[in-house]
Design a protein around this ligand. Sequence first.
Ligand code: NAP
Length: 291
Amino acid sequence: MILEGKTLAALIRDTLPARAAVCAQKLGRKPKLAGIGWAADYGSYVYLKKEVEAAQKTGIDAQVIDITENTTHAEFLQIIKNLSSSRTIDALLVPKPLPKHLNTLEVWENLAAEKDIDGSSVLSMGRLFMCKNWKEVETMRGFPPATAMAVMKLLEHYKINLSGAEVAVIGRSATVGKPLAHMLTCKDATVKICHSRTKDLAAALQNSDIVISAIGKARFVKSSMIKNGAVVIDVGTNQDAQGVFCGDVDFEDVKNKASQITPVPGGVGPVTLACLLENIIISVERGLEKV
Ligand code: NAP
């Protein structure tokens, strides 16, 4: 069975224009997203452009602030502080990973958690890791990282049981692997985190009911690495040697051994975009509740 993400993404997105309109009426202006554009990272730039386009279709204003290798850390930090305190910007999207010449931790420390729709701020990350169960994740202030949330929503949508399940997450980044592993434990899964120093990846994956790959290597996960009937979730977005867009999982090789599998494109990606869009609206709704 193919766990396609487009249907779920459409379900999430369908509710948003009406909610955006209510927000606009109460605010006296449209909700507004500001995104930082770092064109040198082609993947994250394309992603930002898609999000901006989707936001505008939803009734959300969007602005892109481009930075270059000449943008100093001090200048970038000031941009983040200004946007975080702006009364007319409701949501912020900052590229991950940040350009190497910027001090990542200081940026995430100064990003306002209530506007940080991709859950990168130190506050949101800290709050997420304090959660003991799923209810606490769902009600936490700030946001969990959107890609990790998209995977959780896909698993929930397709009714894949996590309680007591053995799950292997390949990848330990702060963007996907680590927060996702923690969120899975909040739904009572037993989680193994694998990475580039895992000695025998195939052996580590063999007993896993669910394998989630977030490594960034085209078609790296083969059928020989997973057990019969495993659920396989592919977070990776890669280009192969021929320039073809593909996931971390060798879909054609794995699809007959897995019981359920996400495609790339059309799996986790569209749900991530939908989660980010919904987070823009949630950030405004939460702000209005406080007034
Ligand atoms: P990242 O920061 O580069 O992390 C990659 C992780 O994979 C690291 O933990 C690394 O291990 C591990 N790894 C690399 N090679 C490995 C190998 N041969 N065996 C086992 N583990 C290996 O990447 P990321 O930001 O987490 O993103 C991962 C992928 O997801 C990328 O393709 C990215 O484009 C994609 N992505 C997709 C979405 C979406 O919405 N679909 C959103 C975000 C990211 P070490 O820690 O040991 O180096």
